[in-house]
Design a protein around this ligand. Structure first.
Ligand code: 2HA
Ligand code: ZN
Length: 269
């Protein structure tokens, strides 16, 4: 029996991940096992779940994360495909809990599917978010084609250059991704350095961070919200690309038009 049985709230949260995993695949952002998703599901944990034995031995996170004491997560499995997770989330991901030493985790359900290779970076970000008192529960890493393509041009990697360009392509982008796109220079995937730089960028008030020549990392209240921010940014990247492909450089909205959006939507910048 699945842990999701008779737990509608938890089940809804996991199936939201499955829905987003399907979108990532359809958009071409999740080739093979590309990308990963983790969601803090601690609020849905009941006494019966707490009493469940683990189905694996404790395994090292790769970091000590004190704010995660007592926390539970749904995690995509390492080497698993988003397109498979979309149909069978509990066969291609698992529910883990953090051990009391805050350095190890154990898998509780449904199957011993080892979590994502980016677990240290995802959990470090969750640890940071809890420390800040943030409501954000979800983190998504994916490979959005046009945004990654733009990260191959150093011109776009200077602070907020890409944010302003993308915001100016269509009014919704600033409205729905008001903090813009943070930039983290190229670093080895899954490395501690990449996790540290991602946290610095989130601390700098970005909800979506570009990993140069690799992908993006987004955080949000839930997985849908994190996905939507990447989606609006990538939509702007496609508009920019299509204008260039039509043979001209797009004007972009004027600074006055962008300011008007910020005023009407009461945005931070
Ligand atoms: O999990 O995308 O960056 C596969 C990846 C790692
Ligand atoms: Zn990746």
């Amino acid at each position: 029996m699945s842990i999701l049985e008779n737990r509608p709230a938890l089940s809804a949260e996991v199936y939201k991940v499955a829905e987003v995993a399907g979108y990532l695949w359809e958009k071409g952002w999740a080739e093979r096992n590309g990308g990963n998703i983790t969601v803090n599901i601690t609020e849905y944990v009941d006494d019966a779940m707490r009493a469940m034995p683990a189905i694996t031995k404790p395994m090292p996170i790769g970091a000590t994360l004190p704010n995660l004491k007592g926390c539970w997560f749904y995690c995509k499995g390492t080497n698993r495909r988003m397109r498979d997770l979309a149909r069978r989330p509990m066969e291609n991901g698992s529910i883990i809990r953090i051990c009391d030493d805050c350095s190890n985790y154990e898998i509780v359900a449904d199957e011993p599917v080892k979590p994502t290779s980016e677990l240290p970076s995802h959990l470090s970000v969750h640890n940071y978010l809890i420390g800040k008192g943030s409501n954000y529960k979800a983190s998504v890493h994916t490979h959005p084609i046009q945004l990654v393509a733009m990260s191959h041009n150093p011109m776009f990697l200077k602070k907020d250059v890409l944010s302003h360009l993308l915001w100016s392509m269509i009014p919704e982008t600033k409205a729905f991704c008001p903090r813009g796109l943070g930039i983290v220079p190229y670093m080895l995937p899954s490395s501690v350095e990449l996790a540290e730089e991602t946290i610095k960028a989130i601390d700098d008030n970005y909800d979506v961070v570009m990993w140069e020549k690799h992908g993006v990392f987004a955080v949000g209240d839930d997985v849908m919200e994190a996905f939507d921010m990447v989606d609006v940014l990538n939509k702007s990247a496609i508009i920019y690309r299509d204008a260039r492909a039509m043979g001209f450089i797009p004007d972009g909205m004027t600074p006055e038009q962008m300011q008007e959006i910020s005023t009407v939507f009461n945005l931070p910048k």
